[in-house]
Design a protein around this ligand. Sequence first.
Ligand code: AMP
Length: 309
Amino acid sequence: MSLTTVGSVAFDAIETPFGKTDKIIGGAGTYISIASSFYQKNQNLISVVGEDFPQHMLDTLKNRSINLDGLQIKKGEKSFFWSGKYHNDMNTRDTLITELNVLEHFDPIVPDSYQNTEYLMLGNLSPSVQETVINRLNNRPKLIAMDTMNFWMDIALNDLKSCLKKVDLLIINDEEARQLSGVSSLSRASKIIRSFGPEYLIIKKGEHGALLFHEENMFCAPGLPLEEVFDPTGAGDTFAGGFMGYVSKTDDISFENLKRAVIAGSALASFCVEKFGTERLLEINSEQLEDRIQEFVKLAGFQMNVSLI
Ligand code: AMP
C-alpha cells in the first residue's frame, strides 16, 4: 500500500525559552514524510521548494524511500519561510514571519507514479490546494486525512468546508476544533465537525495527548510527560505522519487499528520535540521507537479487576 503526502517543505527559524535557531529545515510535508518513513517504505511527496533549498535534505528524504517525483524545484525562487516564537509554557506560540514565496502560486503536480495511491495525507496548506490534489487523483484513495489550522479558518473558511466534504479524517488541535465548531466542549465539537464531512476526527491536545472519534467510539491517548521539551515545532505534523504511516502500512482502518496508529503518531511526536527541527527524528531508530511505544502502552494501561466502590 502506498501513502501520498502533500505539504510544505520549508525553512523555519524558531525561538523557544531554551534557544534560537537560524534558518533550519522544516515544513509540514517534511515532518510528515520523515515520520511516516518509520512505517511506510512506499510513499510519495507533493510539494514545492525554491532553488535555495539544500540538495542534501532532498537526498535525506530520498534515502528514506520518499519518492520526490512530485516535488517541484522552482528556478530563481525562494522556499517557503516560517518563523515562530514559543511562550514559556511551550504550548502556545506566535508566528513572527510567514513568507509564502514558492507557496504563493503553488500548483500541485500529481505524477503518474502517484496515481492509485491508497492513502492520502493533506498536510496543512491552503484548502484549495488540498482539494486540488484530491481532484487530480484518478481514483479515490481508501482514506484521505487532512490537517489544517486556524489561519485557514480565518481567511478561507468556505474553501476549507468544501474540502472537508471530501475527506475521511480531520486532524486538528483543541483550539482549532473549538474555533471550527463554535463550541467549547470537545465532545460536542467532535459531532459538529464530523457533520461537515469527515467520518473520523482526531483532536490533538499538545502535551496532554490526543482524542480519536468515530461514530459512538472515542479513544483517549495519553501525552507522555517528557523531561525535556526543546521545540514543539512539527509535533502535530509528525503525529499525523506516524499515524498515516502506520495505517497505510497495516492497511486496516478498523477503530482498534486506528487506536494503535494514534499511539504510533504520539510516540514519534514525543521524539520530535526533544531537539530543534527534524534533528531528533533523523537520529532515532526503530528500536528506540519501539521502546517509546511501550512507554505509552504502560502509561495508558489500566485494568479493572476489582470494584472501586
Ligand atoms: P506544526 O508545529 O505541526 O504546526 O507545524 C510547523 C510547520 O508548519 C513548520 O515547519 C512550518 O514550516 C509549517 N507551516 C507553518 N505555517 C504554514 C503555512 N501557512 N502553510 C504551510 N506550512 C506552514
